[in-house]
Write a protein that binds this ligand. Structure first.
Ligand code: LLP
Length: 402
């Protein structure tokens, strides 16, 4: 079930693989963050990269969220979902000149600048347009987020941000530039972080740097703490939004600066499930079975890319005897494994399964490898299921080809 609505008939009607989202879960998790920071000036800029299907983006806007966009495409999706440019923060390590010009023309709330070179580009583009663009400097605090190396961004070996030591001189230089105004400092040290200590340490670095800058004449307005707070994929206990706030608020409070947050996963990951049917069951040697699903790395690449764990459960309990299984996808590579060594009630061909907690970085990272078609997406809201994205057709795909 998803919020009291049975999944079996939805899968029968819409086919599989199929993403299903709970609007109530998204709302509840957004509010939990908002409430955790209530009483302190803060703005939540939902990180669209986690899931930017229009219906989800609109839902978050309706809840009062602002947006964090990582590309020109995400900026435009935010606008189409009804966000005003003033609600959009533009982040990202490789913003092209065209993307920067687009963001400046629109007048986004601010651009999180990732390098000295980008600062110059923003300044030049802004002066050409006779505007002054608000920017935040993304620092690299050299903090180990203790998450998977592929999604760790706050160490100096990572490509992100500017070394703290270089920021005071850069800000002094920026004060002489007519096209930019430094209004914030930004840090995002990684994703799926379940240890609050690195998050608090990054916040402390921002606060210390802000006071150093203030003493030198650059007065900023806010600290952008990024996203990164993890969720529980295996049922183990992870810090809540409340605990996260309790870890970073005391650190930031002394600065009196407003907080910007960019949560993605925290809001949408547990709100989504990927429904899939068993295509084949075959002997894997020994006691083990290969359970071949109709979904794989094309719809959910997280297990293959980060060795990440997602629970995989039958949608309907049949009471079958347990069997040791490797749950695999249909794609032509051995990395296409959704779950290794899982004990499942012995699966049957045609049976419906749910891959859980796939609302973040699931659908958005899907591909057409093997000429597979992007899955449909369904939202359950107020006791009803509705298609929010139809399944892609081969004609959709081939329409791009000349
Ligand atoms: N802000 C910035 C600047 C980011 O780079 C990210 C994520 C976020 C906010 C949101 O982080 P979150 O709250 O969702 O952790 N594809 C990977 C995750 C990549 C995250 C990239 N940056 C995965 O599936 O685990």
């Amino acid at each position: 079930m998803c919020d009291g609505v049975a999944l079996d008939p939805i899968a029968a009607a819409e086919g599989t693989p199929l993403y299903v989202y709970s609007a109530a879960t998204i709302a509840g998790r957004y509010r939990a963050i908002d409430e955790a920071f209530a009483g302190y000036p803060h703005a939540i800029h939902y990180a669209l990269k986690a899931n930017s299907t229009l219906a989800i983006t609109r839902l978050l806007r309706g809840l009062g969220s602002s947006a964090d966009a990582n590309s020109g495409g995400e900026i435009d999706v935010a606008l189409r979902a009804g966000f005003s440019p003033a609600q959009v923060v533009f982040t990202g390590v490789g913003k092209t000149t065209d993307e920067l010009a687009h963001a400046i023309d629109l007048g986004v709330r601010m651009i999180n600048v990732e390098s000295a070179g980008e600062l110059e580009r923003v300044d030049t583009l802004s002066r050409e347009r006779r505007v002054r663009t608000k920017i935040a400097i993304r620092i690299n605090p050299d903090v180990d987020a203790k998450t998977h190396p592929h999604i760790s961004t706050g160490l100096k070996i990572n490509k992100f941000g500017i070394a703290i030591a270089a920021v005071p001189a850069l800000c002094a230089h920026a004060r002489g530039l007519a096209g930019v105004e430094v209004v914030g400092l930004h840090a995002h040290i990684g994703s799926q972080i379940t240890d609050l200590d690195p998050l608090a340490r990054a916040a402390r670095s921002l606060v210390a740097l802000a006071s150093e800058l203030a003493a030198a004449g650059t007065r900023i307005e806010h600290l952008d703490l990024g996203g990164g707070l993890g969720v529980s994929y295996d049922g183990s206990r992870v810090p809540t939004a409340q605990e996260y706030a309790a870890a970073v608020l005391p650190v930031v409070r002394e600065s009196g600066l407003a907080i910007v947050l960019e949560p993605g996963r925290q809001i949408v990951a547990p709100a989504g499930a990927l429904l899939t049917r068993v295509v084949d069951v075959k002997e894997a040697g020994g006691e083990k079975l290969f359970v071949v699903m109709d979904t794989g790395m094309t719809e959910l690449i997280r297990p293959m890319l980060y060795n990440s764990f997602h629970r995989i459960e039958p949608v309907v309990e049949r009471g079958a005897a347990p069997a040791l299984c490797d749950v695999v996808g249909p794609l032509c590579e051995s990395s296409d494994t959704l779950g290794k060594d899982r004990t499942l009630p012995r699966p049957e061909v045609g049976e419906l399964y749910a891959v859980l907690d796939t609302g973040a970085y699931g659908s958005v990272m899907a591909s057409n490898y093997n000429r597979r078609l992007l899955p449909a997406e369904v939202m359950v809201e107020d006791g009803k299921a509705r298609v929010i994205r139809r399944r892609q057709t081969l004609d959709d795909v081939l329409a791009l080809e000349l």
